[in-house]
Design a protein around this ligand. Sequence first.
Ligand code: SIN
Length: 489
Amino acid sequence: MPLTLTRTDLIRSANFINGAWTTTPAARLAVTDPATGATITEVPDSGVSEARAALAAAHAAFPAWRKLPAKQRAAIIKRWNDLVLAHQDDLGKLISREQGKPLAEGRGEVAYAASYIEWFGEEATRMNGEIIPAPVPGRRMFALKEPVGVVAAITPWNFPAAMIARKIAPALAAGCTVVCKPAEDTPLTSLALVLLAQEAGVPAGVLNIVTASREKTPEVVDVWLDDGRVRKITFTGSTPVGKYLARRSADTLKKLSLELGGNAPFIVFDDADVDAAVEGFMAAKFRNGGQTCVCPNRVFVQRGVFDAFAHKLAARVAALKVGPASDPASQIGPMINDRAVEKIERHVQDAIAKGAKVLTGGQRLPALGPTYYAPTVLTGADVTMACACEETFGPVAPLTVFDSEDEVVQAANDTPFGLAAYFYSQNARRIWRVADLLESGIVGINEGAISAEAAPFGGVKESGYGREGSTHGLDDYLHTKYLCQGQLD
Ligand code: SIN
């Protein structure tokens, strides 16, 4: 089915550097529809010279952008938000086409992305400093907030609009300039958002974006990592890549925000409202077909409610409609690519080989195409299984029975990761006890939909550091300068 947009020029096939759309280099990267493998369009497969040009532009634009009064930066960001919302249908279609999520989720992601743009646009005017009472006479002491400088944003494919928005909007609000490398699978949404930012009045050089294939990405990113003019890296993606970025940026001591892999536990205690737990799980797990860093990856259910939870969940999951984004009835789309489906299949096969039982799903859906996998519920999962140790990043729910609170907290924390955790209980004492004990940056308590622009999103342990969203997400683009004025007596 052709991709029909009201504004066809939102489909960009060029880099945006120093305020101009440029088609160099000649090398091209095909952007494909994960549902069919068909090429949507081609974008530049950039390398060192594009990365350098983008950085030079961002560096040159920084002094004027940081000097612009916050109110004027806020007005530009607000116009960007208005344009994003005005093009919600087109952007939603673009997201769904290149990323595969159902159309309703694509449109929902546009609203989610805009919520960050709006929020940080408003915060731009509230980056207050402090006046500190001086400990000695004749002095005045101040703490000011300043933008860190040029930011390199490296974004993932699973939320091609929202992840760009929650990195770029705070950077612009803070007075930073940006070089961005969007995910190779989903560059089109990012390019469309940059076009709208240009139309909103973001000055030349302030926001630059270069596209590159998986193979060429290290070339682009290494230019930025090695250059002292880049003062901050913000990255969402895998833990191994996050570690590489941290190591490689150590020589120039850049500030880092790393939103990395998760292995979220979802715990249902005997004292939970089981129906609410099933609904919360559906929202948390099957958003974007399970391709979300905060998706529950391990499900622990206390023995007293195990059968009720497992059977209600299996019935809900079996009823999910799988299909292409182009079908408005679809609730689960294709996975992003072949490698993603292979990993899901490997995890399910490994679990079955080690004794897990399939309540529903457990297989590919070849009649729909090679990138589809049936939403799956397994019972009898345990720590020896790959699905307990690695992020499956797909529509698979492996259930494990447990008996005691101590046992489940220990099991939930038995992972190097700590991004999100969820639990359901109606017992107020238990709620505060377990929330304290979970080693995780985000905890959903009787709630599966935890993300919001006003909340700090980020992990602990090997899920990374830094926060996105909220005032914490703005602070990550600022440093604090202390001024001390003497001789005032
Ligand atoms: C992610 O998967 O990285 C982001 C999910 C969210 O913003 O809720």
